[in-house]
Design a protein around this ligand. Structure first.
Ligand code: SF4
Ligand code: SF4
Ligand code: SF4
Length: 183
């Protein structure tokens, strides 16, 4: 193969690789994306949301932000980022929504609950922390302590505020928010 042909072959290969990486990025699932309070299931919410940003503008705590992920469905959609703050559960976001993407009725259908990732939590590496425990407004119910050191989360008592996530010092966080159906 001549140098010229090899040169064009290498360029073509780089472009193909970059295109494959881009396609992979935009086709990733929405793992760990938490949509605002009052959202329905993912398919319905992403179909109804107009990405106007009114809920983000009205969010009192600043926990809502526009998603920055390079994905045609998710880019600019409102998501909860508990690095920013916790949710005050004021529901100004629902009141601000001009479409049916956020509705109070959905608060009855779904519940946000905090879930501990023990493999990341420093308490399970025998370090002292307790940040989540002390941050919880439902202390000793939503989060209890085993042997005065190991946090245990109770989804039935959890209010879904995200204070525990906001206070968690690990990077990435050792707690995630998950949406479950309200029984
Ligand atoms: S309920 Fe209030 S604090 Fe929570 S996301 Fe909506 S506007 Fe923000
Ligand atoms: S206010 Fe409603 S339609 Fe606008 S971005 Fe928020 S959820 Fe979507
Ligand atoms: S989300 Fe709020 S209520 Fe639930 S465990 Fe965390 S701090 Fe407690």
């Amino acid at each position: 193969m001549t140098d010229r042909r090899r040169f064009f072959k290498d360029i073509f290969s780089s472009i193909t690789k970059a295109a494959a990486e881009f396609a992979y990025e935009i086709s990733k699932t929405t793992d760990n994306v938490v949509f605002p309070p009052g959202s329905d299931n993912e398919d319905r919410f992403t179909a109804l949301c107009e990405k106007c940003g009114k809920c983000v503008d009205k969010c009192k705590s600043g926990v809502l932000e526009k998603h920055k992920k390079l994905n045609p469905i998710l880019l600019d959609i409102p998501v909860m980022n508990f690095d920013n703050n916790y949710c005050e559960q004021c529901y100004s976001c629902i009141e601000a929504c001009p479409s049916n993407a956020l509705e109070k009725e959905n608060l009855e259908k779904f519940k946000l609950v905090a879930k501990l990732l023990k493999d990341k939590c420093v308490a399970f590496k025998d370090m002292f922390c307790l940040s989540c425990y002390w941050s919880c407004p439902n202390i000793d119910k939503a989060i209890t302590l085993r042997d005065r050191n190991y946090p245990e989360f109770n989804p039935i008592e959890c209010k879904g505020c995200g204070r525990c996530i906001n206070s968690c010092p690990t990077e990435p966080k050792s707690i995630i928010m998950v949406k479950i159906k309200n029984d």
